[in-house]
Design a protein around this ligand. Structure first.
Ligand code: FES
Length: 152
């Protein structure tokens, strides 16, 4: 079935079954590599992207459920919040293996788009569903806080 997906402002015509997870369409048909397959069950957050302002798990969201633009980390140069997060994550050396980082940044962007000055607890709560097996959580928290300062 032909489905049109809007990803980072660009249209993609994708020939795909409607129940196919968005993650597969992004990676296989839309040249998106930042969203990662981790658990495939909505539990780890590595596949997180933003649709209509909300961070969603693309591994458990069928393409047929998507209406509106999908934002991924590939758009960071055009997005002030993602750009600040990218710079801050590098400055704080927040990535170890880096597998989870795009998902972390998308959840953080979703938070910062709604709340320009979140508390530590609000940041922790927003990133609660994003798991990092390397355990760089304290650096990730510092990086989000640095991005908040940068955006102030
Ligand atoms: Fe989607 Fe783990 S791969 S939440």
């Amino acid at each position: 079935m032909a489905i049109q997906l809007q990803v980072n402002g660009k249209s993609h015509n994708v020939d795909i079954e409607p129940q196919t997870p968005l993650l597969y369409a992004l990676r296989n048909d839309c040249d998106i590599n930042s969203a990662k397959y981790g658990c495939g069950a909505g539990q780890c957050g590595s596949c997180t992207v933003i649709v209509n302002g909300n961070a969603i798990r693309s591994c458990i969201t069928p393409v047929s459920a998507i209406s509106g633009n999908v934002t991924t980390l590939e758009n960071y140069q055009n997005d002030p919040v993602l750009k600040a997060l990218n710079k801050a994550f590098i400055a704080e050396q927040a990535a170890q293996c880096g597998y989870c980082i795009a998902g972390m940044m998308m959840s953080a962007k979703s938070l910062l788009d709604k709340n320009k000055n979140p508390s530590d607890n609000q940041i922790k709560s927003a990133l609660n569903g994003n798991l990092c097996r390397c355990g760089t959580y304290s650096r990730i928290l510092k990086a989000v806080k640095l991005a908040v300062k940068e955006l102030a």
